[in-house]
Design a protein around this ligand. Structure first.
Ligand code: ATP
Ligand code: MG
Length: 337
């Protein structure tokens, strides 16, 4: 069966409006997500990952504004809605039912003065009004058990749960109405590695059972290499490389993606020195004129200081925004001919 498109993000720009200058934290981002696909988004802090997720879900808050582009959501019935432009009243019915989000900080998302029961109840009452109170209670218990938490936790306040339990409760809540797309913003960053593994396994099991698509954001590339069908690497608000995980394990094409990959130590296998990426990301209000990565790049050429490279399809499912790598790929394919 041909892969069915769920979401098409095209040329998405998001600005944080400032008094004198705007910061473009999402710059011309384009990608397509298919039904049931797991897209990982990696990049160091401040690369624009949360900004992208929020804008895709139309949850950006001032001073952020969507300055251009489209986020086309393909509904099951074949109709398409541009989430970037649609009236909020048309997007609201899709929330939880079609589109769910697990935010970066569980504590900030759960209401501290409400027991979990009320928080599950609110979502179910709003979006599945046909359920009776007893059915909502049963669904709440099932959802918590699905992520390995006893149903008794419905009677608890968020502060009575551990960090891992809070994070898993949020994941359960995101599943409450069986959505088509769940975006997850660093859902496991605040928990230890053992808990991180358990949560990931639960997410993958649920995804397999229910078939929803995931956009999973993290700065931990090694997580994505394990779970994502495709990985997008973000830098200074742009996608600089998109590939399947297998390719990235072999080596990043974009010098930044390769830098991220080699910045992670391996626990098993031979000892190797891992190198970081020198320097720090540019300020978004004063970007260099050419490639935003050029000031930190070990392989840059003159062109890189002058012209910002677009994300281009270099074949084999790999897209890269890099003059040097593009020239190398072209040279290789000419030699092969
Ligand atoms: P992290 O890994 O730390 O969560 P991130 O990749 O999610 O980082 P974002 O939170 O999307 O990064 O931030 C991207 C850029 O937007 C940063 O340069 C940040 O300073 C800027 N930014 C974020 N929120 C605001 C805001 N409310 N006002 C102005 N600039 C902002
Ligand atoms: Mg973030």
């Amino acid at each position: 069966m041909a892969e069915r498109v769920l979401l098409e993000v095209e040329d998405l720009d998001v600005d944080y409006l400032g008094e004198t200058k705007n910061a473009r934290a999402c710059n011309g981002v384009s990608f397509t997500l298919h039904r049931g696909e797991i897209l990982g988004v990696a990049g160091e802090s401040a690369s624009g990952k949360s900004t992208l997720l929020n804008a895709v879900m139309r949850l950006q808050r001032p001073p952020a504004v969507i300055a251009g582009g489209a986020v086309r959501y393909h509904r099951e019935d074949g109709t398409v809605l541009d989430l970037a432009r649609a009236e909020e009243s048309r997007i609201r019915p899709l929330r939880w039912v079609d589109l769910s989000i697990v935010m970066q900080s569980a504590m900030a998302c759960l209401n501290p003065v409400l027991r979990l029961r009320s928080q599950f109840d609110d979502v179910l009452r709003a979006h599945e009004p046909q359920l009776s109170a007893a059915e909502r209670e049963r669904r709440g218990v099932q959802l918590l058990e699905m992520v390995g938490i006893s149903g008794d936790a419905l009677t608890k306040y968020p502060h009575e749960l551990s960090g891992g339990m809070r994070q898993r409760s949020l994941i359960a809540l995101a599943m409450a109405c069986d959505p088509e797309l769940v975006v997850m913003d660093e859902p496991t960053t605040a928990v230890d590695v053992v808990m991180q593994r358990q949560i990931l396994e639960q997410i993958l099991t649920l995804q397999e059972e229910r078939g929803f698509a995931i956009i999973f954001v993290t700065h931990d590339l090694s997580l994505l290499l394990e779970m994502a069908d495709r990985i997008a690497v973000m830098y200074a608000g742009r996608l600089v490389e998109v590939s399947d995980g297998e390719d990235l394990v072999e080596g990043g094409l974009h010098p930044y993606a390769e830098g991220l990959r080699s910045a992670f130590p391996t626990v098993t296998g031979p000892k190797r020195t891992f190198t970081g990426i020198p320097g720090s990301p540019p300020h978004l209000t004063s970007l260099p004129p050419g490639c935003p990565f050029a000031p930190r790049c070990a392989v840059k050429v003159d062109l890189c200081d002058r012209v910002d490279p677009p994300l281009e399809d270099l074949g084999g499912g790999r897209m890269v925004a890099c003059h040097v790598r593009k020239a190398e790929m072209l040279a290789t394919s000419t030699q092969e001919v």
